[in-house]
Design a protein around this ligand. Structure first.
Ligand code: COA
Length: 452
């Protein structure tokens, strides 16, 4: 065992920066390159990854502290006595990062060093094949990443700070821009060209003029209160907006007869009570969706950004929309197809609890292939969930109700669960969506079909 002090890495400036978020607590075990905290200056937001694996012994800073390069951040007990240390003046962020875990959004053109870091980290990948966004306005904190639909926290766009600033001023998502510079680096011209093409397309798409959104002084009409949106809400708003305007949504509605499932669930819960396990409706939905996704691989895919290819994923990671005080968060239950109902129930409960406590790690909110938004515990008969890009479908679930069902001779009471499946119509045809939803109905109606 050895004790190591993790210090502020080279952040490209000697000015003090703010500690805006701490992602670990005393006693936590961290892997090398897990994000431990986030620093923010007026020029950049930097996620600081752990240079070593170990357990956190002591936090040496608090949120709101101002720190400089070389300042101690936390004390780590490592298992490796000969573990690689940070140099005393070290902590070169490029060195510390190792992989592509760190992300940094820089805004000013004089921030050449951080820009260079991005360049080196992203150069091997063709930037235009990277469908993940890198909007410089998004601070990639765990809380922010909580609301991110996918791998945004793990990748970066190959562009300099000045170009990023330009993109932001024009409202251009750099992830969508093809770079023509060396090794695919995005240039000023690329951003202008992208914006020009967009304007042209918008102009030809409709001749009906769309009104711009003026600032409105609502106080003219009565008393108001202006409240700053939480970081999660800002990021999820941007992501939801992107999904809504870029994905042609259709929602397929259906109803599953869960009378037998509910009887089984309640009976199992009585049996499992002693083990402190609760099989939730959500756990059954995850299980059934995992089976259906295996049977309908197109629903477990992503459309390449250039619209030329469909990327079929051989893994099934299901995102679960969780309502938290700070806003919507979507932790991901990985390899749902390989887990038992009790494992899914326990994991989903743990993810939802930690989402509400803002204790999720960025990696736990990435890599989803399909999402479930369950509002059944709250109410409603149907709704239109927004597809969680880059996924292509999402299942919305409303409140189950006992309904009269004609069995051929009589009306009998059956517990019916409303399902609302939204999908990307570029990838999925209406008939396929109807079949997928119908498959879910079959599986929920007779759980034995899950085994087949
Ligand atoms: N119909 C009727 N009752 C339902 C139901 C359904 N579809 N789903 C859950 N319930 C009931 C459960 O039976 C449970 O009642 P009980 O305590 O008497 O057993 C209660 O509602 C709570 O259910 P629980 O299983 O504890 O939670 P959940 O599965 O409903 O939800 C989350 C878990 C994480 C999905 C939920 O807490 C949540 O955050 N939902 C909101 C998601 C969201 O915001 N989506 C919007 C995205 S646009």
């Amino acid at each position: 065992m050895a004790k190591e002090v993790v210090k502020v890495p080279d952040i490209g400036s000697t000015d003090p920066v703010d500690v805006i978020e701490i992602s670990v607590a005393r006693g936590d075990t961290v892997a090398r390159e897990d994000i431990i905290l986030i620093l923010e200056s007026d020029k950049a937001t930097v996620e600081v990854p752990s240079p070593l694996a170990g357990s956190v012994q002591q936090l040496l800073v608090a949120v709101g502290d101002r720190v400089r390069e070389g300042d101690p951040l936390l004390e780590l007990e490592t298992g490796e006595t000969g573990a690689r240390k940070q140099d005393s003046d070290s902590a070169n962020i490029d060195d510390v990062r190792g992989g592509d875990v760190a992300k940094l959004s820089s805004e000013e053109p004089d921030h050449a060093k951080t820009d260079e870091v991005i360049a080196r980290k992203t150069a091997p990948a063709a930037p235009n094949n990277n469908p993940t966004g890198d909007d410089p306005q998004k601070a990639v904190s765990p809380a922010a990443a909580a609301a991110m639909p996918d791998q945004q926290a793990a990748t970066a766009v190959y562009a300099g700070p000045a170009v990023r600033k330009l993109a932001r001023s024009l409202g251009v998502d750099l992830a969508a821009v093809k770079g023509t510079g060396l090794r695919g680096r995005i240039q000023h011209e690329d951003v202008h060209e992208w914006a020009r093409q967009r304007l042209q397309t918008a102009g030809t798409a409709t001749s009906f003029p769309a009104a711009s959104l003026p600032q409105i002084d609502f106080s003219k009409y009565g008393e108001i209160e202006s409240v700053e949106l939480s970081r999660i809400r800002k990021v999820s708003a941007a992501n939801l907006h992107r999904s809504w305007i870029t994905i042609p949504h259709v929602t397929q509605h259906d109803e599953a007869d869960i009378t037998d499932l509910e009887l089984f669930r309640k009976a199992e819960n009585r049996r499992l009570e002693a083990r402190d396990i609760k099989l939730t409706m959500l756990a059954f939905l995850v299980k059934v969706c995992a089976v259906a996704l295996r049977d309908f691989p197109d629903f477990n895919s992503s459309l390449d950004v250039d619209g030329e290819r469909l990327i079929l994923k051989k893994y099934i990671h299901i995102g679960i929309a969780v309502d938290t005080p700070g806003g919507l968060v979507v932790p991901v239950l990985q390899n749902a197809d390989r887990k038992s109902l009790t494992e899914i129930a326990a994991e989903a409960a743990d993810l939802a609890e930690r989402a509400r406590e803002r204790k999720l790690k960025p990696a736990e909110m990435q890599g989803g292939t399909f999402s479930i938004s369950s509002l059944g515990g709250i109410g409603g008969t149907a709704f239109t969930p927004v597809v969680n890009w880059p996924e292509v479908a999402i299942l919305g679930v409303s409140r189950a109700r006992t309904m009269p069902h004609w069995d051929g001779n009589n009306f009998v009471p059956r517990l019916m669960l409303p399902l609302s499946l939204s999908y990307d119509h570029r990838v999925i045809d209406g008939a396929a969506a109807a079949r997928f939803a119908s498959h879910l109905v079959t599986l929920l109606g007779d759980l034995r079909r899950v085994l087949v």
